[in-house]
Design a protein. Structure first.
Length: 127
């Protein structure tokens, strides 16, 4: 449904280190640098994540109520994603990673905030 997401970063190299590690757990190559706009592009499975300075030149801030979700293949990949996030400047938030029963069924979820405060989620629909 979505073609891409752009996340603002105040320290682009710190963000690159975080997202290179996080995206590697999903099988994605390291980000490709765009020197003109000081940002990195991550292409994976037909979608693109862009991480860099906001185009308006203002400070990057996380959106209130916004979450960016990343599909994981299974619980093991979700745990690796979470561990990579926490080991590279991210912060685990909400409950520990695991399976939750929600109105839509069973879901594996893991939530973190990236170094700039953006809320991210690893998700696997279990059934």
């Amino acid at each position: 449904m979505f073609s891409h997401v752009h996340l603002g970063a105040n320290d682009v190299e710190r963000a690159r280190k975080f997202y290179d590690a996080l995206m590697a757990t999903l099988g994605c190559e390291p980000g490709v640098y765009d020197a003109e706009r000081n940002r990195y592009f991550y292409n994976h499975n037909g979608a693109m994540l862009i991480v860099g300075e906001p185009l308006d030149g203002k400070e990057a801030t996380p959106g209130n109520g916004m979450t960016i979700g990343f599909t994981v293949e299974d619980e093991a990949m979700g745990h690796k994603w979470y561990e990579a996030a926490c080991a590279n400047g991210g912060t685990g938030i909400e409950e520990a990673p695991g399976v939750r029963t929600k109105a839509v069924g069973e879901l594996f979820v893991a939530y973190v905030r990236d170094p700039d405060g953006n809320k991210l989620c690893a998700l696997k629909i279990m059934g």
